[in-house]
Design a protein around this ligand. Sequence first.
Ligand SMILES: NC(=O)c1ccc[n+]([C@@H]2O[C@H](COP(=O)([O-])OP(=O)(O)OC[C@H]3O[C@@H](n4cnc5c(N)ncnc54)[C@H](OP(=O)(O)O)[C@@H]3O)[C@@H](O)[C@H]2O)c1
Length: 318
Amino acid sequence: MSNFGFESTADDVLADKDLSGKTVFVTGGASGLGQETARAMAARGAHVVLAARDQDKLDQAANAIRAETGSDKTETILVDLASLDSIRACGSEANRRFDKIDILINNAGVMACPLGRTADGFEMQFGTNHLGHFLLTKYLMPLVQKGSDKRIINLSSRGHHIAPVNLEDPNFERREYDKWQSYGQSKTANILFSVGLEDRFGDEGIHAIALHPGGIVTNLGRHMTEEDRAWMLKRMEENAANGGEAWKTIPQGAATTCWAATCEELEGRGGVYCEDCHVAKVDNENPVGGVRSYALDKSTADRLWSLSEELVGESFSR
Ligand SMILES: NC(=O)c1ccc[n+]([C@@H]2O[C@H](COP(=O)([O-])OP(=O)(O)OC[C@H]3O[C@@H](n4cnc5c(N)ncnc54)[C@H](OP(=O)(O)O)[C@@H]3O)[C@@H](O)[C@H]2O)c1
């Protein structure tokens, strides 16, 4: 059982780890939880690669990490997860520039945005949060195969409780768009993707872990209305009053990622969902914890995998 929990920070979790020689690739590494994860790992000696879509933001984040950690092993790479062409270009560049990836952290995300479409016509949240990472992971897999740790971390959310993936209409083409249903299905897809990866690559020693980082104030809330904020605040306060979850700081919010990426307890395991630095139990009722069974269902994971291959127009297999 993990010694870490709700209050732990990324630095706490990594305190006795030596990450020198490890390459860690973090999507959405230019802000919020991704940047803090990268900072904490760079502070333990890791070579970190920050991937995001804006070079100025990437440079600022990389410079901040270099200044805070003294590490000269922080690099950046551009990728727009809302464009399959950009993902393919990033994949080729990464394979040219890097020898291996020990830990891949699929962290980037967008939440509750108004209806939008990616460059390839997918609904923005499903397209960015799931399909973008699905294809990027395919392109980075040869590097992960050359790495030693072989862990893939997929940032999901407790928001997966809101909705399963609608495999009939994932892109809201035949149903009315709902920004929270969309976020929920995309975060369920992140867990099902971990199950699918585990099933296909687990026996190669590549293990995929999904997680909920906690509730943390970051730029993720940029699309929230005043009404959304009031609702979320009320929910958090009610939870806290009932002994449940309150807000985490950004260092606390990056802890479960750092734990899942490095802990011994998950050696040889994957296809699981973690929260507060432990593997969560299946629970179809609890509103403040646990993983819904629909998010771990292997046949749904297989159907999502096939659908994702069809949508991106490429197969992804061994
Ligand atoms: N904060 C929370 O309470 C919370 C709770 C549960 C789960 N999560 C999950 O944690 C992850 C990190 O979120 P965060 O809170 O750190 O939010 P954040 O500060 O907004 O970071 C998200 C990152 O993703 C990047 N991103 C968004 N769209 C992208 C695209 N099309 N291509 C490339 N990069 C893109 C953003 O870049 P730009 O700055 O260019 O947009 C940003 O760097 C997300 O997957 C989120 O769903 C967060």
